[in-house]
Design a binder for this molecule. Structure first.
Ligand code: FE2
Length: 242
């Protein structure tokens, strides 16, 4: 199944709805998709019985402090396929780094100090936790919370210097799309100059990302041939599988 970029862009959808206009194509599907997305969660992340969640809530300072040795490790590496493979192999779930960061940022989202600014309703939220500074070798840290069972695409953007992005599913099976495919618990690392939608499918997740020099650009046009897709067994829209 293939949809046009105009139909799935969160920003475009908001503009259509605000102006009382309809998308050019797939009007019914898109509206159904949007309503289902908005109704799909309460805005409260479902943390379940995750043993990694700390007894006393962690703080933003805990996240920054835990990130200091991490950025020291990656500061002279370039985002891309090699770094992504290394992160998933050496710093994935079960490693001290991944487990610590995941526990801290889950606390942050649950307690409201991370991903607490709504971009498009309670199921698409973001916040920059710290801007680039010498303490973190001029990396910034941002957290995004996205929650949608059907495919949802956030704001299209470009990474002038690349991105190092940790994926923390809150629902089993929730996935984020990276440049090399759909990613569950682990990492993606889009190359410098690459651009993409943040795309989620299968439920709620947190993306915790480190940006060299804090650079990210929303001044980028979506390619006309952008290829929307979902893994087999997942839902492209709210109308699928019903
Ligand atoms: Fe990104």
């Amino acid at each position: 199944m293939r949809l046009d970029a105009d139909d799935l862009s969160a920003g475009a959808l908001g503009a259509y709805l605000a102006r009382g206009q309809q998308p050019r194509t797939l009007q019914l599907l898109t509206v159904t998709f949007t309503l289902a997305y908005r109704a799909s969660g309460t805005g409260i992340p479902r943390l379940g019985n995750d043993a990694r969640r700390t007894e006393v809530g962690a703080t933003a300072e805990d996240l920054i402090e835990r990130s200091v040795p991490f950025v020291e490790e990656i500061k002279n590496r370039t985002a891309g396929v090699e770094l992504e493979a290394w992160l998933n192999q050496e710093r994935g779930p079960g490693s001290g780094l991944w487990d610590d960061l995941a526990g801290i940022i889950k606390d942050g989202v649950a307690d409201g100090w991370a991903a607490n600014e709504e971009i498009d309703g309670p199921n698409y939220r973001r916040s920059r936790i710290i801007g680039p500074s010498e303490r973190l070798n001029w990396f910034s840290i941002t957290a995004v919370y996205m929650n949608s069972v059907p495919l949802f695409c956030g704001e299209y953007h470009q990474h002038p210097y690349g991105e190092i992005n940790m994926v923390i599913p809150l629902d089993e099976g929730a996935l984020l799309r990276g440049p090399r495919g759909w990613q569950g618990p682990g990492w993606t690392s889009p190359e410098p100059g690459s651009h993409h939608y943040p795309e989620v499918v299968g439920g709620g997740l947190i993306a915790l990302f480190y940006l060299p020099a804090g650079r990210i650009s929303y001044d980028i046009t979506v390619p006309e041939d952008y290829d929307f897709m979902v893994p087999e067994g997942y839902r492209m829209s709210a109308a699928d599988g019903q």
